[in-house]
Structure formats: C-alpha cells, structure tokens
Design a protein around this ligand. Structure first.
Ligand code: M6R
Length: 611
C-alpha cells in the first residue's frame, strides 16, 4: 500500500520518478505527487488526486520549471484522510523546506499532531504522514540526519520514508520500519523505492534495508545507520529480475500477461528441483531445516487472500502424502489468537510479496511462541523471506496485476513439491513420487492447451458478464479453487461471487439459485466426480445456469450444463492448477466487458502492507 521512490544523481529526477511511480502504481492509485529539488535548493512540488497519468499531464504543462537532480515521488492508497490533492504526498513542514513521502501508518499521529499544533505548527492535510515533516522541522538544527533520528524516536507505527531538506540539497534520507525499502546503487546516482521494479531501469545492484535502519543517500555514496546512529555496513546484491519482466510485453493488461506466463512460471518453479531417479524433490532453501521438517507433526499455514487459498489446497496434499496435521489460518486472525505451539510445530507463511503486514505479524507471533518458521515467497529479499528461518522462492518474476494469478498456480505447485519431498521420507513410495513428478512435468503444455481456449472463455464471459451474482463450487482439492475463482471475479469485475464446497449447497446457498445466479462448477473426473454431478443436478433441477469446468467433454455434464470448459486430465492433487486457469480468464473477460480497471481494481492495492 503506497509506493515511495527517491532519486539523487546527475540525470533529470522527474522523468525517473514518474517512470518509477508507474511501476509502483499497483501499490496504490488514489493520489500521487512528486517533489524535485535543484542544487540550489529550489523545489517544485506537484500533487494530484487520481492516477499517475493525471500527474503526468500536469507535469507536461510545467516541464520547463521542473529542473533538478534530486526528488521524491509517491503513489497513495489512502489510510488517514480521503484521497485528495491536499492528502497526496509529498507532505511538507511549515516553511516548505522539508518534504516527506511515506508508506505505512504512524499510529500515534493524533497525539503528536496535538503537541505540534500547540507549538504553533500549521497542518495542511488530514494525513498521519505530515507530522513527520513538522517533527523534523521542530528538531532541525542544521543536521537533517540527526533531526530525522530524533523524530523517529517519537514515532510509533510503520514506515518506509523518503525525506529531503532545501538546506541540504545534496542528500535524501530514507528510513524503514515495517514497510519495504530497497536502495539501488548506480554510477553517480542512487535510488530508493518500495519495490525493486521501480529501480531496475537504473541498476540491478540493490540493498534491502532492514527494519529500524536509516540511510543517507548522496549521488555517489550511501551510508546506512541504525536508529541510534551506529554505522551498518551492507554491500549491494544483484537482483534476478530484468527490466523487461516489469513490462506488459504487448498484452493489454498485466493480469492477462501474467495468466499467459503460467506455463513458464510453472517450469521456473520446478527447474533444478526434480530428482527423477529418486522419485523426489530437492528444495535447497529447506535443506538447513530438513531434519526438523522430518520430525514435524503439525504444520500451521498462515497467509491472506489468494495465498490463503493455495494454503487450503496444501492441507489436502499433506493429508494425502504425509503424516503431518495441517491447519490453515488467515494471518489476520492468527496474529490475535492464542494458539499453542507444541513441539515439532512448524509455521509456514505463504506470500507473493513477502510484505503482507498480517502475515508478517502472524510469523512474529509464531516465532515468539517458539515455532520454526518457513516461507514460500516470490519476492527475493522481502521481509518474510528474511524473517523466516528457511524457505522456498517461487521464481515467478514480478506479479504486477493486483489480482494474483500466476502466483496461485506457482504456490500450489511448490506446496505439492514440499509435500512430496516430505512424503518420500515416510509413506510415499518411489513410484508414487514418480507419478507426481510425471504429472508435474506435463503441466506447462496442459496449461498451454487451456490458454488456447481463451476465445471460447471470452465468449462465455460475454454472455454472462451482466449477471449480478455467481456461486462457485467444487469439492476437496477444488473447493479452494472455487474460493479463488470467486475472489478473482469479485476483485476485478466487481460481480458478487461466493465460493462453496458443493456439499454445503443444501445447507443454505442453494436458496440463492435462480436463473439470475449462475453456478461455476469445478468438476474434473476425480474421486469426487459423481458427488459433484449429483450437486450439479440439484442446481439444474432448480433452473440454475451451470458453467462446468471439467475433463469430460461429452459425458453427463454436457447434458446438464449450459456451458462446458474442458481441461486436460491430471492427478487429483493438480486439478486446482488446471481448473483455475479458465476461472482467471473468465474473471478477466467479465471485467473487460464491464469496463473495469483490471490491473488497478477500485479500493485495492497489490501489497497490503498495513493492517
Ligand atoms: O503478497 P501476498 O501473497 O501476501 O498477498 C496476499 C493477498 O493480499 C493477495 O493474495 C490478494 O488477495 C490478491 N489481490 C488476490 O488476487
């Protein structure tokens, strides 16, 4: 939520900032702004309600004013204060000398604001962020770093901060606690941002700042400090993502691009990790804890949204392949519960971004109670990746569309790989392992074959996109797929949708069935097929419209469904990966026909870095 960026160097700051903000826009897009400073401390500040494109229009009309090689930019997802020009960042102090961009929440801002107001400070916004500019002003005695450190001592909450001062136009100060912040080290230029994607244009050499660190960035130098001003030595590391990974590459939306990337992301998740001759899986990131994982009796999975749905599928996988009891918890609930962590309990966090505030808090709670924590994370160097003792990366490249697609399938695949690896130490035979591996290896081409049906799915969406409400249903492995399909439809096309285990329909939801509430039935030919057919017949008997996702082109489902989308056959545990793809495409095309902003759905942001 919210993206910040800062640039200092020899180039035109504003163009770099705008390009960076475009890459960060998925983090929030209700208002935005930039401030640029020249070597003499002259500043130009531009803010607006709305998206980066609007800011660009404003800047285009003022381009001759915007000179300078230092600047800050921000794209906002409102927490304190509604979206407006006044509440857009950068915020400033009374004398308009200090400018601040912020990602996070200052929890004690009301108290600090009252105090600063008493001291005569005048506020221009309703935000929590603005108090930081005034606090720094209050403490400033010619040394920006020391004023920042004194201010941060008083601040409770989370922050990724960028700060400049007119009187010290040779530096940007950045600080981190609980919100991501990455430094990019270029040649005679430095950048700081909430996300690597915004840095790649300048450099692939980055430093992931840790919590409670502050850095002073000059064009040819950076110094990192603790909040007590002790120097921290950190060398840049090379990022694996390329600039082109963050482009749409000819697709109209990131969501569609990412749906189409799935054959590749599935391959990338498997690459170098399959030991065919042993019928097992090798995950380097778990080797340091493998003895503990072998003894694990209880696995608690914590995650949110789509990552939570992947966790639900893992529960069925672990039950089938291992002797581990699995619980799957919303991280936002887990963090406040009082769960007993017994011996041999492991907590696994699943997160695309690695920055989800609730998942981080849940992990910290689990660590406090003595659990071994591991992660399944896409973003290398992210908070969750660093907080956990060990883990596995998805290697799926950046996911920029707010609706998670390629990460869901990558997570489900890797969770099956973890279950197979552990299962092979116990109840799983070499042949069982090999069967799984063979099925895994078929996935990329099977996904390709589903993507080829895109036009057909588009036609179905054209027919159904005006329906006000949908039910999604599946059983066992495909119950979480139903939840995920419904989530996709809700978030990008704003159509109400609910996911249910089909067996639950009779306990309430079937009352909703009418010709106006179609049912998406996920029904491959697996152990639950006959049961699902029974459930679908009950819908048919009540005049419900049925769209079936199935492996059977010409069987009973053809007779009782209004639409059939076919997927190839695989092992039961892998059906979620194949059956979710039509659901992703259906949601995408419904959103397209409904004229929705697909990559930036209303009220949402990609990384939920506040509670
Ligand atoms: O980055 P994470 O995987 O931790 O994010 C979790 C959820 O915020 C995320 O999956 C969200 O639900 C997506 N918008 C779903 O498409």
């Amino acid at each position: 939520m919210c993206g910040i960026i800062g640039y200092i160097g020899e180039d035109d700051a504003v163009s770099f900032l705008i390009e960076g903000l475009r890459k960060l826009e998925y983090r929030g897009y209700d208002s935005c702004g930039v401030v640029v400073e020249d070597a003499n401390g002259n500043t130009e500040l531009y803010k607006t309600k709305g998206k980066i494109a609007h800011l660009e229009d404003i800047l285009a009309n003022n381009i001759e004013n915007i000179k300078g090689n230092i600047g800050l930019g921000h794209t906002r997802w409102a927490t304190h204060g509604k979206p407006s020009k006044e509440n857009a960042h950068p915020h400033f102090d009374c004398e308009k000398k200090i400018f601040v961009v912020h990602n996070g929440i200052i929890e004690n801002f009301n108290y600090l604001k009252r105090d600063l107001t008493k001291k005569g400070h005048k506020f221009h916004s309703d935000t929590d962020t603005e108090i930081i500019a005034h606090l720094i002003e209050e403490f400033y005695e010619g040394d920006l770093l020391s004023a920042v450190l004194k201010s941060l001592e008083l601040v409770a909450g989370t922050f990724g901060l960028g700060i400049i001062h007119k009187d010290e136009p040779d530096k940007i100060i950045v600080a981190r606690r609980g919100s991501p912040l990455i430094l990019g080290v270029g040649k005679n230029e430095m950048v700081a941002s909430s996300d690597v994607a915004a840095i790649l244009k300048l450099t692939d050499r980055v430093i992931y700042m840790e919590d409670n660190q502050v850095a002073v960035l000059k064009k040819d130098d950076y110094k990192i400090y603790s909040l007590t001003r002790e120097r921290v030595r950190k060398k840049p590391e090379k990022v694996e993502w390329k600039l082109t990974d963050t482009d749409k590459n000819g697709f109209p939306h990131y969501m569609l691009k990412e749906i189409y990337e799935q054959p590749e992301t599935i391959l990338n998740a498997m690459r170098g990790r399959i030991l065919k001759e042993e019928g097992t899986i090798k995950l380097g990131g778990l080797e340091s804890v493998i003895d503990k994982l072998k003894k694990m009796k209880r696995l608690i999975i914590v995650s949110c949204g789509t990552s939570y749905h992947a966790g639900l599928i893992a529960r069925y996988m672990f039950e089938k392949l291992t002797d581990v009891n699995v619980e799957v918890e919303y991280a936002s609930e887990f963090r406040y519960r009082n769960i007993n962590i017994s011996e041999n309990t492991v907590v696994l966090a699943i997160s695309q971004s690695g920055e989800t505030a609730d998942t981080i808090a849940a992990l910290k709670e689990a660590q406090r109670k003595g659990a071994l924590t591991i992660g399944l994370v896409n973003v290398v160097g992210s908070t969750i990746a660093r907080l956990t003792t060990a883990g596995v990366y998805n290697h799926a490249g950046p996911e920029i569309g707010v609706a998670s697609t390629k990460l869901f399938t990558s997570q489900v695949l890797i969770l099956l790989m973890i279950a197979t690896l552990l299962g092979r130490f116990k109840k799983l035979s070499m042949n069982d392992g090999l069967n799984i591996i063979n099925a895994l290896e078929n996935l990329p081409s099977q996904i390709e074959s589903i993507l080829k049906q895109s036009d057909k799915i588009r036609d179905i969406a054209k027919k159904y996109h005006k329906f006000p409400s949908f039910l999604y249903m599946g059983r066992l492995f495909n119950f979480p797929t139903a939840l995920e399909g419904a989530l996709k439809l809700k978030e990008v096309s704003y159509i109400h949708a609910e996911g249910y285990p089909a067996g639950e329909m009779k306990h309430g939801p079937i009352a909703l069935i009418s010709p106006n509430c179609p049912v998406m039935a996920i029904c491959p030919k697996d152990s639950m097929f006959e049961k699902m057919v029974g459930n679908i017949k009950e819908i048919e008997a009540r005049n419900g419209k049925i769209i079936a996702v199935t492996t059977e082109e010409n069987g009973i489902l053809k007779e009782i469904s209004d639409e059939i989308i076919t997927i190839p056959e695989t092992i039961e545990m892998l059906y979620p990966i194949l059956s979710v793809i039509p659901l992703q495409l259906f949601a995408y095309y419904c959103a397209l026909y409904n004229g929705c902003e697909i990559d930036k759905p209303r009220n949402l942001a990609k990384s939920v870095t506040v509670e």
